[in-house]
Ligand binder design. Structure first.
Ligand code: NAG
Ligand code: NAG
Ligand code: NAG
Length: 294
């Protein structure tokens, strides 16, 4: 496919930079955080999350970081996965509903009835405010094999990519009054759960428990992040120094090749863009919607 050459190969660049890629593993860097019976972490960097009538399941990372690169290969629930939601995201600590100032970068996968496409849902929260959803239908079969989902986060931008292809970028436009996550350490999470009140075709299609257990499989969790060791990390992790590989000049913006392939994906596979939802915002669109997106 034409778009393959737009690969966002942070991995290749890391090798070029002579950086040792920190090999995270599910075994050493995550722990089952709920649904213990439905959460299996194995020594060979594999994770299985199961949803059945009794429970979903989830893992939470054991380290906190500011900026970096997180990579996972995921094989989503096959066949009838209607209303089953699988997630992979990073989030800062969520304190309370009244005082929600958390930051979050999301990939969510909304299942469907057999033969109908998954929805790849992306979002970003800054200081507790989300509502910046973009959705895509997959250009590949996400259930027949593993695909690589990458979150890249540096002081200049956040990039969502799949199999090295960029689908979304959220630029740091703080100078134009748009908040950008830079001060709160995040942790990685993955979950599977039942959302039949809304997730499939607007809630009309319910989870069909005949098909349980619903199983999502993960492998090859990798990252190269700046570990949070206290508030001084806000400065340390943002510093443009060689140790902070993600601050290198080539990571300040996407390359033209990446932009071209992203445009191709967005014009062919995007199914929802909050910046086009004028009805929802009643004429007052979020500020970033009027800026150059890439
Ligand atoms: C499921 O398939 C239907 C029909 O193709 C589509 O309208 C919908 O967006 C798909 N995804 C979800 C999550 O409902
Ligand atoms: C669930 O799936 C079974 C097997 O395909 C089917 O017979 C049944 O009608 C489905 N139930 C619902 C509520 O769609
Ligand atoms: C949208 O804006 C109009 C005009 O300012 C106002 O009358 C209406 O109540 C608003 N609707 C919503 C849902 O906010």
């Amino acid at each position: 496919m034409e778009i393959a050459k737009g690969s966002f190969s942070a991995l290749a660049v890391l090798i070029l930079l002579g950086q040792a890629l920190v090999l995270a593993t599910f075994d050493s860097d995550t722990a089952c955080s709920w649904g213990q019976d439905n959460c299996q972490i194995s020594r060979d960097n594999k994770l299985t999350l199961i949803l059945n009538q009794w429970s979903g399941a989830g893992v939470k990372g054991t380290k906190e970081f500011l900026f970096g690169y997180i990579n996972m290969r995921i094989k989503l629930v096959p066949d009838d996965s209607a209303a089953v939601v699988t997630t992979y995201y990073t989030s800062s600590l969520w304190v309370s509903e009244e005082n929600d100032i958390h930051d979050e970068i999301d990939f969510e996968f909304l299942g469907n009835v057999t033969g109908e496409p998954y929805t790849i849902h992306t979002n970003i929260f800054v200081n507790g405010v989300g509502k910046r959803e973009e959705q895509f239908k997959p250009w590949f079969n996400p259930t027949s094999d593993y695909h690589t989902y990458t979150i890249f986060w540096n002081p200049y931008m956040i990039v969502w990519s799949i199999d090295g292809m960029v689908l979304r970028v959220f630029k740091n436009n703080e100078d134009k009054g748009i908040p950008f996550p830079k001060t709160k350490p995040m942790t990685v999470y993955s979950t599977i759960w039942n959302a039949d009140d809304w997730a499939c075709q607007g809630g009309r299609v319910k989870t069909n428990w005949t098909y349980q257990p619903f199983i999502a499989r993960y492998m090859d969790y990798k990252d190269s992040v700046c570990l949070w060791t206290g508030t001084h990390s806000i400065q340390d992790c943002s510093a443009e120094i060689p140790q902070n590989w993600y601050t290198a000049p080539q990571f300040k913006q996407l390359t033209q090749v990446q932009i071209d392939s992203m445009k191709y994906i967005r014009s062919n596979y995007m199914i929802y863009d909050y910046c086009s939802d004028t009805e929802r915002y009643n004429g007052t669109m979020p500020k970033e919607c009027s800026l150059r997106p890439y």
